[in-house]
Design a protein around this ligand. Structure first.
Ligand code: FAD
Length: 259
């Protein structure tokens, strides 16, 4: 398979750096082709702004959606953005690896998404009308591919449990899993999360890499998170609210998964 790793940690000698090298070696040893974007090493530009669009009319206010769409449609995107989109198209599986910083991804990775997920590429795809709100949530440019998060967190597993003080990890990751990955078409695999990173030693690292290796060996067969497709009949048109008879009386992130 073709596997594209997008990695966001500023220090190669970190735990994340160790896990990144392990993943690349493991995947290549198993015969996969691997491309890796190390965002800090690449000095990735994290802000989506007018500097990305040299061909835009400088007299007009910068409009991220319109200017991104125009640049995508006319082949005038920044070369770094076009290269990352080509990596996404090339891949069968995408892995986003990052330390949890303030209950989300580091800004450099968010900026990678803001810029690479261009209008026409990751959103604004398909028919938009009163009856249809595009190809997204299970459909879109990246449909047919799989994606997985590899996340490290200082907090304990229990802190992120159903009644943990931080809130459930599946809820914290929902905006990335559902809003970023599933939105653009990926099948989203359950995340690989390393908790309690402050208590790491060689023995625990060995256990972790064995577990991570198992996940890498089953990328093709692991069942994805069972999110509901937008255009599969579960949502009312045009409000895009879940039909009343599905998960009656319930709300929240959980209703967008098939129980
Ligand atoms: P490192 O700090 O590099 O390493 C962690 C431990 O592993 C260290 O003890 C190190 O010695 C050991 N180690 C590293 N490499 C090896 C090796 N090869 N062999 C053996 N041991 C090794 N945590 C949360 O839970 N929620 C948050 O919202 C959150 N927000 C944060 C915000 C910021 C800005 C920062 C800086 C941290 C935050 N944290 C949070 C903690 C953060 O998630 C962890 O510090 C991070 O995930 C640890 O990953 P690392 O790669 O930086 O680990």
């Amino acid at each position: 398979m073709n596997i594209f790793l997008v990695y966001a940690h500023p220090e190669p000698r970190s735990l994340n750096g160790t896990l990144k090298r392990f993943m690349i070696d493991h995947l290549r040893s198993a015969g996969h082709a691997v491309r890796a974007s190390d965002l800090h090493a690449m000095n990735w530009k994290a802000t989506l702004d007018a500097d990305d669009f040299s061909a835009r009319n400088p007299a007009a206010p910068f409009d991220p959606t319109r200017d991104s769409g125009d640049a995508f449609a006319t082949g005038r995107q920044p070369p770094d953005v076009a290269r990352e989109q080509a990596n996404l198209r090339w891949s069968d599986v995408v892995i986003l690896q990052f330390p949890m910083w303030w209950f989300s991804m580091p800004a450099i990775l968010k900026g990678w998404i803001d810029r690479v997920y261009a209008n026409g590429f990751a959103y604004g795809v398909g028919e938009h009308s009163e009856e249809r709100w595009g190809d997204r949530y299970g459909q879109g440019t990246l449909a047919g591919k799989r994606a997985m998060l590899v996340v490290t967190a200082g907090g304990w597993h229990s802190h992120y449990g159903p009644r943990g003080v931080n809130g459930p990890m599946e809820d914290l990751l929902f905006p990335i899993h559902h809003g970023v990955l599933y939105y653009s078409g990926f099948e989203v695999l359950p995340p690989f999360v390393v908790y309690k990173t402050g208590r790491m030693d060689a023995a625990r690292l060995t256990e972790l890499t064995i577990a991570l290796g198992d996940r890498l060996d089953t990328l093709q067969t692991t069942p994805p998170l069972p999110f509901r497709p937008q255009n599969g009949g579960d949502y009312e048109i045009p409000s895009l609210t879940l039909r009343e008879e599905i998960a009656p009386g319930r709300s929240g992130f959980g209703i967008h998964s098939i129980a």
